[in-house]
Ligand binder design. Structure first.
Ligand code: HEM
Ligand SMILES: [Ca+2]
Length: 477
């Protein structure tokens, strides 16, 4: 019998460090973010406040609609990003008694986004919690880099439908319909859609923070394998589709394999759902994002499992590159009826009215109007017009606090929090050097004035330069 043993079972596992392709650039070399000390100069200049950069850029870029792709391309990006990355944030209680929701000072773990412009809710400052640090020590690097602050990925880095099934056993068991003994996932016990189809279960901690329709019954935040499921209506709709698809396949498998145990049905269905996530992402999504030529060149056809590849998500990918998608968010969510016209009962919505509002699915026609809108409207690229600027820099909220947020500023501040090297340095070292394949255990080359990479110890696939070109406003400098 062929026995397969994974050599590095922690690679790509949930709650392991995001890997570095280049050493972090902290102001004190070890952990203080860029911009922590306002007097500190970077390339001879003070760093502009992230909020100022956001406002300047988000209101000046131009907008165009894509004539080939639908909005689904954007929404799949967000959905799959939640399968592979979640950078947990510190809470105010992490080693300090400062309340990051109130302070305007840089005090660990708070790194507030300062603003010259008065903010709607919190004048002068937007709260920002630094990402949790990992205890990881990189023994394969020099002493200085070994002690540098690293951030975590709470998700499994593999595309494995963890957004459907969860990334730990407790969550997985909660999401399963174990009493049903049918291999299915649990469904919402209170609501069904107009055609009797199921919704995701609600979270257990009530009342949840999701917005409510003030008339009528409460509709709580949904739960799924990823806890950001209720962030927006398209995202929730995709999660709901996968729940239904799991249960449909489980039912079919049970039908043709009457002797299978509930566990067997569940595991086999899960395998199929995971494979579908991989196929959609690698066959249908990624080539459209990086271009078919780059895809062919840097990724190419699957040639089998290679245990020497570290699949861990890179810090720069989670904190900058894959956030390119934020520049493609549409400020309007279209909702369409069966004739693919604007739904007269449920009209199009401004983005901020779609955030953390699962009640709009339950009480406004289910996921169909949203899904029709997603496949029936064009994707937008660099759609940074005034309306989008207003939606993502002035009206975004985060769940825990429902505080006003500016997404572009958050992205920049997150990059500074993680000590990401600036775009120009990163590009010159990664994309334009011969050292195209780096690894978490890169080695510093003492012949170069800047750290460079000389030896490949384990492989990490990097897509260059397409992704670099797309980080334009997301990474610093
Ligand atoms: C309405 C649409 C979206 C909203 C409201 C949204 C909102 C957010 C927020 C609030 C964060 C956390 C920011 C921080 O504190 O650092 C985030 C992170 C992120 N977003 Fe989005 N996003 C959207 C769409 C997208 C899309 C389309 C993509 C990619 C194609 C994407 C990729 C990411 C990634 C990779 C992260 C980092 C995740 C992590 O490691 O924690 N997002 N997003
Ligand atoms: Ca995953």
């Amino acid at each position: 019998m062929f026995l397969f043993v994974r050599q590095n079972p922690r690679w790509g596992a949930a709650n392991t460090a995001l890997v570095r392709w280049l050493p972090a650039e902290y102001e004190d070399g070890e952990s203080e973010p860029k911009g922590w000390n306002p007097e500190r100069l970077h390339n001879g200049f003070q760093l502009p406040p992230a909020r100022t950069v956001s406002r300047e850029i988000m209101t000046s870029a131009s907008k165009w609609k894509d004539d080939s792709y639908s909005q689904l391309l954007v929404d799949w990006g967000q959905y799959i990003s939640h399968d592979i990355t979640l950078t947990p944030q510190s809470t105010s209680t992490d080693g300090s008694d400062v309340d990051c929701l109130k302070t305007c000072e840089n005090v660990h773990p708070c790194f507030p986004i300062k603003s010259m412009v008065l903010m709607f809710l919190s004048p002068g400052c937007m709260p920002f919690f630094r990402s949790t640090s990992d205890c990881f020590v990189n023994f394969q690097s020099g002493i200085r880099q070994a002690l540098q602050r690293q951030q975590l990925n709470a998700m499994t880095s593999f595309i494995d439908a963890s957004a459907v099934y969860g990334h730990n056993q407790k969550l997985e068991s909660f999401l399963r319909d174990l009493p049903g003994r049918n291999g299915k996932l649990a469904v919402n016990a209170r609501f069904k859609d107009p055609k009797g189809r199921p919704y995701l279960p609600f979270v257990t901690k009530l009342p949840s923070a999701c917005h409510q329709d003030l008339q009528g019954e409460r509709v709580e935040c949904f739960s799924a394998g990823d806890n950001r499921v209720s962030e927006g209506l398209p995202l929730t709709s995709l999660h709901t589709l996968w729940l239904r698809e799991h249960n449909r396949i489980a039912e079919a498998l049970k039908h043709i394999n009457g002797h299978w145990s509930p566990e067997m049905i569940y595991q086999e269905t899960r395998k199929i759902i995971g494979a579908l996530h991989q196929i959609i992402t690698l066959r249908d999504y990624a080539p459209k994002i990086i271009g078919p030529e780059s895809f062919k060149h840097y990724i190419g056809p699957y040639r089998g499992y290679d245990p020497s590849v570290d699949p861990s998500i890179a810090n720069v990918f989670a904190a900058a590159a894959f956030r390119f998608g934020h520049a493609t968010i549409s400020p309007i969510l279209c909702r369409l009826n069966e004739s693919f016209q604007e739904d007269e009962r449920f009209p199009h919505l401004r983005l901020h009215n779609t955030l953390f509002s699962p009640w709009r699915i339950v009480k406004e026609g289910g996921i169909e109007p949203v899904l029709r809108g997603v496949i029936g409207s064009a994707a937008s690229a660099v759609s940074a017009d005034m309306l989008l600027a207003d939606e993502v820099t002035e009206r975004l909220v985060v769940l825990d606090t429902l505080k006003q947020m500016d997404l572009a500023a958050l992205n920049l501040q997150r990059g500074r929090d993680h000590g990401l090297p600036g775009k120009i340095l990163a590009e010159s070292q990664i994309c334009h050097s011969n050292a195209i394949r780096l690894s978490s255990s890169y080695q510093s080359d003492s012949n170069h004035s800047t750290p460079c990479l000389k030896k490949q110890t384990k492989k990490t696939h990097i897509i260059c330069p397409s992704l670099c070109q797309q980080t334009v406003f997301l990474s610093d400098h």
